[in-house]
Ligand binder design. Structure first.
Ligand code: ATP
Ligand code: MG
Length: 417
C-alpha cells in the first residue's frame, strides 16, 4: 500500500544521512547554547490562526485541521507558534533572558507535493526570546551559515531585509494602497485579497505579472522609522564584521503576519525552484499576540528535506554512521552458544557486533562479515571448538591470531581500543 500523497518513508539506507545531519545540528545548538524544546504535534487550531496569521497561505490553505469531540485541532504547520505558546504557558519568560530554544521534528502542510515540497516534512528551528539586540539577529543568521558550511554546502545565497515595525508599516501601507490602487484589477487573485488585508505581502508575490506591475511600488525598506533603520544597519554591521556575504532584497517579506524588522532567507542554487532552505526573522509582536507579556523574539526554520536535497545535488559526501566492530562466525550449535556469550559481553562493553542467525556455511558467514566491513572476525569451527582456541582475524590487515577461549573478550577489547 502507498503512503499518503506528500509523505515518504525513510529507509535504513537513508536514516544514517538523517542521523548525521541531526547530529551536526545538535552539536551546533550546543556550541551556541540553544536548548531543545519539544511541543505536541497537534495544537488547538486557534493557536495557528492567531500565531501564524489569518491572511497567510498556511492558515488559509494548508492546515490539516480536524474536529474531535468538539475540539478543533490542527497538525502543527510550523514550530514558532507552539514554542511561544509553551513559553507563555510555563512562564519561561520569567527565566534569565534571552531564552535560546530549538526544535526539530515533523510539520504538516496541505500543499501540492513535488521535490522539496511535502505534506509531512521536517523542520529544525531556533527561537530566541527576550532581546532586541541586533547581534542576536546576526547570530541567528550566522548559525545557519556555520551549520551549512560544516555540512559541506557551498554557493549559498543570503537575502536580508527589514519589514519594520507596526509604526513604519502603517505609513507604508497607505503609500502602497495609493500606488497600487490603479493596477489592482491586474494583480493575481491572491494579491487582490492581500490588497485589503496585508498589502505588504504583494511585494512577495511569486507571480511574474505581479512582480512587474509592482516594480515601482514603494518599498518598505525606504520608509523605515529611525529605530528600525538603526537596528537594520547594526545587523548589517555584525554580518560584515563576520564576513558573511548578503544581498539586500527589498521584496523579501516573510509570509507570516507576526514578523517585524529583520527578515532573511538562505537559498541554494542547484535544487531548482524549491531552493529556500532556511527562512526566518524577528517577531517582536508574537508573544503579546498570544497572550504573554511583550517579549521580542527572532528565529529561523530550516527544511531538512531541502537541506538533504541540496547536499545530494552538491554531491556532498555524507559519512555513514553504521560500523561493525566484530562479526562472530561459528559452525554448529555448540560453537554458536560460545560465540553468543562473547557477543553479549562485547556488546555490554559498547562494541557493535553482528553474528550469523541462519546456520550458514563458514564461507557465507565470512562473506557477510566482509559486506559489513567488520573490523574483526571471531571464528569458531569444529577444530577451534575441540581445542578451545578461537581464530581472530583482523579484517584490515588480514592477520590471524589463535586466542584461547577465555582470552577472546580481552583480546578483542585490547585490539579495538
Ligand atoms: P515556500 O515559499 O517554499 O513555501 P515557506 O515560506 O512556506 O516556503 P517557511 O514557512 O518559512 O517556508 O518554512 C521554512 C522552511 O521550511 C522553508 O524554507 C523550507 O525549507 C521548509 N519548508 C516549508 N514548507 C515545506 C514543505 N511543504 N515541504 C518541505 N519543506 C518545506
Ligand atoms: Mg509555503
Amino acid at each position: 500500500m502507498n503512503a499518503p500523497r506528500g509523505t515518504y518513508d525513510v529507509l535504513p539506507t537513508e536514516t544514517s544521512k538523517w542521523q548525521y545531519i541531526e547530529g551536526k545540528i545538535r552539536d551546533w545548538c550546543n556550541r551556541y547554547q540553544f536548548q531543545e524544546i519539544r511541543t505536541p504535534i497537534f495544537e488547538y487550531t486557534q493557536l495557528f490562526q492567531r500565531g501564524v496569521g489569518d491572511t497567510t497561505d498556511i492558515v488559509q490553505k494548508e492546515m490539516y485541521t480536524f474536529t474531535i469531540h468538539e475540539d478543533s485541532l490542527t497538525l502543527r504547520p510550523e514550530g514558532t507558534a507552539s514554542t511561544v505558546r509553551a513559553v507563555i504557558k510555563h512562564k519561561l519568560y520569567a527565566q534569565p533572558q534571552p531564552l535560546k530554544l530549538y526544535y526539530m521534528g515533523p510539520m504538516f502542510r496541505y500543499e501540492r507535493p513535488q521535490a522539496g515540497r511535502n505534506r509531512q516534512f521536517t523542520q529544525f528551528g531556533l527561537e530566541v526570546l527576550g532581546t532586541e539586540h541586533p547581534s542576536i539577529d546576526a547570530e541567528v543568521i550566522v548559525f545557519a551559515y556555520q551549520l551549512f558550511s560544516d555540512l559541506g554546502l557551498k554557493n549559498l545565497k543570503l537575502d536580508i531585509n527589514s519589514v519594520g515595525c507596526p509604526k513604519c508599516r502603517k505609513d507604508h501601507k497607505e503609500k502602497m494602497m495609493q500606488s497600487l490602487s490603479l493596477i489592482r484589477q491586474d494583480l493575481c487573485k491572491d494579491c487582490d485579497t492581500r490588497f485589503e488585508k496585508n498589502p505588504l505581502r504583494i511585494l512577495d508575490c511569486k507571480n511574474e505579472t505581479c512582480k512587474e506591475l509592482t516594480k515601482d511600488a514603494p518599498m518598505l525598506i525606504n520608509h523605515l522609522c529611525e529605530d528600525c533603520n538603526d537596528h537594520y544597519s547594526k545587523v548589517k554591521t555584525y554580518l560584515q564584521a563576520l564576513q558573511i556575504p548578503f544581498n539586500e532584497n527589498p521584496r523579501l517579506v516573510r509570509g507570516l503576519d507576526y514578523y517585524t524588522q529583520t527578515a532573511f532567507e538562505i537559498m541554494e542554487d542547484s535544487i531548482g525552484a524549491m531552493s529556500t532552505i532556511c527562512g526566518g526573522g524577528r517577531y517582536n509582536g508574537l508573544v503579546e499576540q498570544l497572550g504573554g507579556p511583550a517579549t521580542p523574539g527572532i528565529g529561523f526554520a530550516i527544511g531538512l528535506e531541502r537541506l538533504l536535497l541540496a547536499m545530494e545535488a552538491q554531491k556532498v559526501e555524507i559519512p555513514t554512521m553504521n560500523h561493525t566492530d566484530v562479526y562472530a562466525v561459528s559452525l554448529g550449535q555448540d560453537a554458536d552458544v560460545i560465540c553468543s556469550q562473547w557477543v553479549f559481553e562485547l556488546r555490554n562493553k559498547g562494541l557493535s557486533i553482528e553474528k550469523d542467525y541462519l546456520s550458514r556455511s563458514m564461507k557465507a558467514q565470512l562473506k557477510a562479515a566482509d559486506r559489513l566491513k567488520a573490523k574483526h572476525v571471531i571464528i569458531v569451527g569444529e577444530t577451534e571448538l575441540e581445542t578451545r582456541v578461537a581464530i581472530i582475524r583482523n579484517m584490515e590487515t588480514s592477520e590471524q591470531q589463535s586466542i584461547p577461549f577465555e582470552k577472546v573478550v580481552d583480546y578483542i577489547l585490547g585490539g579495538i581500543q
